[in-house]
Design a protein around this ligand. Structure first.
Ligand code: 13P
Ligand code: SF4
Length: 323
């Protein structure tokens, strides 16, 4: 009997300290015919190296369209997995395989499948922050930027289950007027923004506009001048005449915001935790060193069971067809 392969751990000590890592990444990117995709929550130095920086919808569109042979996905696991669902012929590597997500991790496909048995006559709308196994159990996938449109595309007489983010689900219910059964998941980063702390910050900066990601709890979204996905928040700041913004989402987005609005004051919303930070511990597992290793060794690589991939592909394609 063969033993299961040991999990791959990036060997940071194998990196020659005299190397210029940025130059090496540029060289390897060409040699491997690779594209580097990065989410807005990545460290600024990773965003600056990437061929494309975007939100989860834009990144999945890029992954579907690219003719690169390798996708180095600087984001979290479900995002890289979605790239593999869409581009099975490409090698998809992620700098750190442990870069998970509290929403995806707390909605295991087997438990979700059991839970769904209570709602056999419901359409299942799943937020892209879930595993391929959960996607395969869904009617259609959505991201934070198209969730309202996706839910509205479901005929009004149909009942809907929405998973796995209860806050995004509640926000979509409010925007669409549709009742939905919600899986009780949440993002550990956005749940840290509380109405009390955000109100105190607003009182300190009365001139600032509050902008929030829909993964925030309803009490925070309701106070916001604008609610939207990371890309929508970025566009809002780029175009809005205001000069100060309290930003209730992961602080990685501030890098692109400041590049687009060097004149604006960007105030990270305070998290209700001891460290006062609003950083996603999963996103921050990736580093330039691990990206270099991923391109050098083409590991760790996303490998998907073909039946699961095919099951997940249909609901993802349905979402992409909605534009
Ligand atoms: P976006 O859809 O805005 O990219 O959000 C993804 C995410 O993980 C937010 O926490
Ligand atoms: Fe998941 Fe929240 Fe991190 Fe986004 S910020 S990847 S939802 S844990």
């Amino acid at each position: 009997m063969s033993l299961p392969a040991a999990p791959y751990v990036p060997d940071l000590e194998s990196i020659d300290p005299s190397l210029d890592l940025v130059a090496e990444i540029q060289r390897l990117r060409k040699e491997r015919k690779a594209i580097i995709l990065a989410h807005y929550y990545q460290e600024p130095e990773i965003q600056d190296l990437a061929d494309f920086v975007g939100d989860s919808l834009q990144l999945s569109q890029q992954a579907a369209a690219t003719d690169a042979e390798v996708i180095a996905f600087c984001g979290v696991h479900f995002m890289a997995e979605t790239a593999k669902i869409l581009s099975p012929g490409k090698r998809v590597v992620i700098p750190d395989m442990d870069a998970g997500c509290s929403l995806a991790d707390r909605c295991p496909a087997d438990q979700f499948g059991e839970w769904l048995k209570q709602f056999p006559d419901h359409e299942v709308v799943s937020y892209i922050n879930c595993s391929a196994g959960v996607k395969a159990l869904s009617t259609v996938i959505c991201t934070s930027s198209n969730a309202v449109r996706v839910v509205e595309s479901i005929p009004s007489h149909k009942k809907i289950v929405f998973a796995p983010d209860r806050h995004l689900g509640k926000w979509v219910m409010k925007q669409t007027g549709r009742e939905m059964v919600l899986w009780p998941g949440f993002c550990i980063v956005h749940e840290q923004f509380t109405a009390k702390r955000v109100a105190a910050m607003k009182a300190l900066h009365p001139e600032a506009k509050l902008i929030a990601h829909p993964e925030c709890e309803a009490a925070v979204s309701q106070m916001a001048d604008f609610v939207g996905s990371t890309a929508a928040l970025l566009n809002f700041v780029a175009k809005d005449p205001g000069r100060a913004f309290i930003v209730a989402t992961e602080a990685g987005i501030l890098h692109q915001m400041q590049l687009r609005r060097p004149d604006a004051e960007l105030i990270p919303a305070p998290a209700d935790s001891g460290c006062n930070c609003s950083l996603c511990p999963y996103m921050k597992l990736n580093s330039v060193e691990k990206l270099y290793l991923a391109l050098r060794d083409l590991r760790p690589e996303i490998i998907l069971d073909e039946a699961v991939r095919l099951g997940a592909l249909r609901p993802v394609e349905r979402m992409l067809a909605l534009g």
